[in-house]
Design a protein around this ligand. Structure first.
Ligand code: B12
Length: 134
């Protein structure tokens, strides 16, 4: 299974990104890590080029909303119906209520949304989701 990952927008927080790469590899995924400061268009290009199964976006600085709201329209340019779109980190500024933030990112086109959730918890959910689709 191939995963494209990276940190969206003008976000420089790299530590979780490194952990994501290591954890995904330990779980047997093939990882294409685009690193920090990656635009949504670049993620979509990489998903198309690598024929990835999963796009896993990380965002820590609270600006994901601005960088991700065009996901549906970018997705509509390609046949990406089998790709799982996943995002996590700090998806807003401050604490924010997951009950508000999760539906918003699902409306943008993400299948799995994790606001201030531990990485391994999120990856467990990803594996369950992949298992259920098989
Ligand atoms: C180190 C740091 C920096 C460093 C980054 C250095 C670098 N190159 O990485 C520097 C000093 C540059 C920095 C800058 C800024 N930072 Co800063 N930074 C931090 C800090 C102290 C630690 C982040 C970190 O590395 N943590 C270690 C990782 C492993 O833990 P983590 O980030 O919590 O990640 C976990 C989860 O988020 C999750 N996760 C992450 N991605 C994903 C994805 C998925 C799918 C899943 C399931 C889970 C997941 O998994 C990780 C492991 O469990 C945090 C505060 C804190 N204590 O967390 C603030 C923090 C992230 N920064 C913050 C801010 C605001 C900024 C600045 C905007 C400050 C400013 N005014 O300039 C800038 C942003 C610059 C930019 N353009 O991005 C805020 C974000 C606030 C918000 N979203 O509400 C925080 C939370 C500080 C705060 N309390 O206000 N920062």
């Amino acid at each position: 299974m191939k995963v494209v990952t990276g940190v969206v927008g003008n976000d420089v927080h790299v530590v979780a990104n490194r952990l994501i790469e290591i954890s995904l590899k330990e779980r047997g995924f093939e990882v294409f890590n685009l690193g920090v400061n990656t635009y949504l268009e670049e993620f979509i290009d990489a998903v198309v080029e690598t024929r990835a199964d999963v796009l896993l976006i990380s965002s820590l600085n609270g600006e994901a909303e601005g960088w991700c709201r065009d996901l549906q329209s970018l997705k509509s340019n390609y046949d990406l119906k089998d790709v799982i779109f996943m995002i996590g980190g700090n998806l807003g500024v401050g604490e924010m209520n997951p009950a508000e933030i999760v539906p918003k990112f699902k409306d943008y086109g993400f299948d799995l949304v994790f606001h201030q959730v531990d990485l391994n918890e999120g990856l467990d959910v990803l594996e369950e989701y992949l298992g259920a689709r098989r």
